[in-house]
Design a protein around this ligand. Structure first.
Ligand code: F6R
Length: 607
């Protein structure tokens, strides 16, 4: 998804912008550009392709101390040099970079064309540069406010002009912007990762706010010129946390960070004396909690699958009816908000448009929605009625891994909390906590045998279609395993509940379609083994993920990967890791761009 960086200060701006853009690469992009103002006027350099190509194409003589940069992920208009941001007005003096989508751009463009403006690109964003030109009367800030007040849609915008040196104007509606405060220098970006190397002092802009930034500081106002006091926040993520730390890919690093991530998500949240959990940010009293009659969970992609695990847990552990739903579906089906129903919006980035808009729709109907987010200060985290941070640390690889394990950890804790208020005894609670706390070590055991998964992945990576089959708590994990494989290796994969294959998918089974079966030693094992036999009888290859000690599975499956034993409800943690590794090594074997798979973006801020 698109990324923005802006800088004003004593350092050579070219380097700061390129470095910031490189840090935003993980979000996924197809082109990039910078605009710098110096004594020659406005220098604009933009290219389709990688940041490195952009860097090479910037002439040595381009210098300056303030400017803006952008990584684009095409929505309106093809992937071309011209469509890359920044965009300039007719005079070539004003430049803007924009994240989001301007829904009314064609009607605005029509008016601007009639007024004599000439457009160079096919993007929706270019109208903003021309609107700023139209309203410029000596104050860039005022012109940006006039321009954005005409926009329908979402935007995070930065704007510079030759006529107002050393000033950047930023405006936000629905697409994040964050300021970084340095020593005699200021930064603005769509994401703290772009600026964290320079400063930890940040200010998050809210929707409807406009910021004027110079190297000495900033002022924030709303569109009606009312001044807004902003709080400076200190971010704790270290730069090293964002880098690869010796791993070949961010995805590998993040898979291996899961024992720590799960520990962090649990940290300070287990109440041993009460055999329960404490989740500080819920903003709910015990009375509110006991009155919950139903839980609904929304999310997209991996976060939705984590929500599905959550729903299984809440029903079976806390005996509260629970259901997960794809956020984008819920939003447009005019959902009924029932009394005493608690909603969760699950999102690693906290910026996913589908989840955010569904959350807003629920809130409009009077629902209480709690966020489960990773990125602190993200829009969902701020706009939800309360919530829990998963504290995974930055997740850079496009494919989500550690966030899944941390998100489900929050559901394990929340289920414990509700269960202990209802049906669960102290002793059961204590055993549950013991199981939960033993998970990080068990994940480490799985990770220590990554070579076995690598061997299996190499053996099967030339197949074109896979089925991933699991049941109960592990059905969402099967869906997640299939998603991981398709998104990073581009191998077609389908996730199903194992019992369902006889209702159709079994027709796909032949020697060319392997099945990955999740077969924990639990109450459904015998049923799943029957499904395995059905597949084997039709010539299908079977890769099994099974519990240590279950030697009989070796006799049926073609390949087996063993995971440590745990209590039935906790297998998703141990099942998902081999599937993540399987996808990772398959993608490596096929020479894919693991961290930035084609057509995908880390943070999907468009519908
Ligand atoms: C899959 C993946 C996506 C995200 C989805 C939601 O590996 O990363 O499916 O899970 O786009 O993103 P968040 O969690 O940021 O809302």
């Amino acid at each position: 998804m698109c990324g923005i960086i802006g800088y004003c200060g004593p350092k050579p701006v070219k380097e700061v912008l390129i470095e910031g853009l490189k840090r935003l690469e993980y979000r996924g992009y197809d082109s990039a550009g910078i605009a710098i103002v110096n004594d020659k006027g406005l220098e604009l350099i933009k290219r389709r392709g990688k940041i490195l190509d952009l860097k090479k194409s910037i002439p040595e003589k381009v210098k300056g101390f303030y400017g803006i940069g952008h990584t684009r992920w095409a929505t309106h208009g093809g992937v071309t040099d011209i469509n890359a941001h920044p965009h300039v007005d007719c005079t070539g003096k004003i430049a803007i970079a924009h994240n989001g989508i301007i829904e009314n751009y064609s009607s605005l463009k029509e008016v601007l064309l009639k007024e004599g403006h000439t457009f160079k690109s096919d993007t929706d964003s270019e109208v903003i540069a021309h609107l700023v030109e139209k309203y410029y009367d000596g104050s860039l800030e005022h012109a940006v406010k006039e321009a954005v007040s005409l926009l329908k849609g979402t935007y995070g915008i930065v704007c510079i002009s030759v006529d107002e040196p050393n000033t950047i104007i930023g405006a936000r509606n629905g697409s994040p912007l964050v300021l970084g405060i340095g020593d005699n220098e200021m930064f603005i970006a769509s994401d703290v990762t772009a600026i964290v190397a320079h400063t930890k002092q940040v200010v998050y802009l809210e929707d409807g706010e406009v910021v004027k930034l110079t190297r000495d500081g900033f002022t924030t106002t709303d569109l009606r010129e009312n001044p807004i006091e902003k709080e400076v926040e200190h971010i704790s993520w270290e730069l090293e946390e964002i880098e690869k730390a010796g791993y070949s890919h961010f995805m590998e690093k993040e898979i291996f960070e899961q024992p720590e991530a799960v520990k962090r998500a649990m940290s300070g949240r287990i109440l041993h004396p009460e055999a329960s959990a404490h989740l500080g940010g819920l903003n709910l009293t015990n009375r509110d909690l006991i009155n919950i009659e139903r839980v609904k969970i929304i999310g997209a992609g991996t976060s939705y699958y984590a929500g599905m695990v959550g729903a299984y847990l809440l029903e079976s552990i806390a005996r509260v009816p629970a259901q997960a739903e794809i956020a984008s579906e819920l939003r447009y089906r005019n959902p009924v908000v029932e009394r005493n129903t608690l909603y969760f919006a699950v999102s690693q980035s906290g910026e996913t448009a589908d989840t955010l808009y569904a959350m807003r729709e629920l809130q409009r109907k009077g629902a209480t929605v709690l966020g489960i987010c990773n990125v602190v200060g993200s829009t969902i985290a701020r706009e939800s009625d309360g919530g829990v941070y998963i504290h995974s640390g930055p997740e850079i690889a496009v494919a989500s891994t550690k966030a899944f394990s941390s998100q489900i950890t929050v559901f394990y804790l929340f289920s414990l909390l509700l269960a202990r208020m209802r049906n669960m005894s102290f002793d059961e609670g204590a055993r549950y906590i013991e199981n939960l706390q033993s998970i990080p070590v068990k994940i480490e055991k799985v990770l220590s045998r990554k070579n076995e998964i690598e061997r299996i992945a190499r053996k099967y990576s030339h197949y074109k279609d896979f089925l991933f089959l699991g049941r109960g708590f592990n059905f969402p994990v099967a869906l997640e395993g299939a998603l991981k494989l398709k998104e990073i290796s581009y191998i077609h994969a389908e996730g199903y509940t194992a019992a369902e294959i006889k209702h159709g998918p079994i027709a796909l089974i032949n020697e060319e379609t392997p099945s990955v079966f999740l077969i924990p030693n639990d109450s459904l094992k015998e049923k799943i083994l029957s499904n395995v036999k059905e597949v084997k009888a039709r010539g299908g290859k079977v890769i099994a993920i099974a519990t240590e000690g279950d030697g009989e599975i070796e006799d049926i499956a073609d390949d087996v990967f063993y995971i440590p034993e745990t209590a039935e409800a906790f297998y998703p943690y141990l099942m998902v890791v081999p599937l993540q590794l399987f996808a990772y090594f398959s993608a490596i074997e096929l020479g894919r761009n693991v961290d930035q798979p084609r057509n995908l973006a880390k943070s999907v801020t468009v519908e």
